[in-house]
Design a protein around this ligand. Structure first.
Ligand SMILES: Nc1ncnc2c1ncn2[C@@H]1O[C@H](COP(=O)(O)OP(=O)(O)OP(=O)(O)O)[C@@H](O)[C@H]1O
Ligand SMILES: [Mg+2]
Length: 146
């Protein structure tokens, strides 16, 4: 029973391409990616710099759309979703740790976390979130002071 539920595909990508069109040259960041990720599966995406890892993760995470192909999260077709639907998908299902931290420099650690807890459905408090990552004692510090 448990094994079966672990195997449910939660993400499916089919023939996904992403072409960045910037001026004279087209950059093919993804050329026909097929991928299936199961619930509970832990995955490492490994590849050379520029091989398209961030591009793929941005698409799976609802930050960007493929140029062609389809991407499903459970039954939801992310490749045809509106901005509003993608925003709801990210809010309810996605946790991103960005390569660059994307913190608001003029807000404290607590205030930065509060930005997220304000839009989440059943948020923990900023205090609890920071305690869990060992940063409770830095709640009132600005990002540059962390
Ligand atoms: N916004 C963009 N405009 C134009 N080209 C882009 C853009 N973003 C990425 N690219 C290009 O697409 C290709 C894939 O980039 P991507 O950032 O997905 O690679 P990556 O595997 O995440 O690399 P890294 O390991 O350096 O993070 C690269 O050739 C990159 O230069
Ligand atoms: Mg990257």
């Amino acid at each position: 029973m448990l094994r079966d539920s672990l195997k449910l595909p939660v993400f499916r990508a089919e023939r996904v391409t992403r072409v960045y069109r910037t001026g004279a040259v087209d950059v093919w960041a993804l050329r026909g990616v097929d991928l299936s990720l199961a619930e509970g599966e832990m995955v490492v995406l490994l590849g050379a710099s520029g091989s398209g890892k961030s591009t793929l993760v941005n698409i799976l995470g609802g930050l960007d759309l493929p140029s062609s192909g389809r991407v499903f999260f459970r039954d939801q077709d992310l490749s045809r979703a509106s901005d509003r639907q993608l925003t709801a998908f990210r809010r309810d299902h996605v946790g991103f740790v960005f390569q660059f931290y994307n913190l608001v420099p003029s807000l404290t650690a607590s205030e930065n976390v509060a930005l997220v807890t304000e839009i989440a459905k059943n948020p923990m408090t900023p205090q609890e979130a920071l305690e869990r990552v060992g940063l409770a004692h830095r709640m009132d510090h600005f990002p540059a002071e962390l």
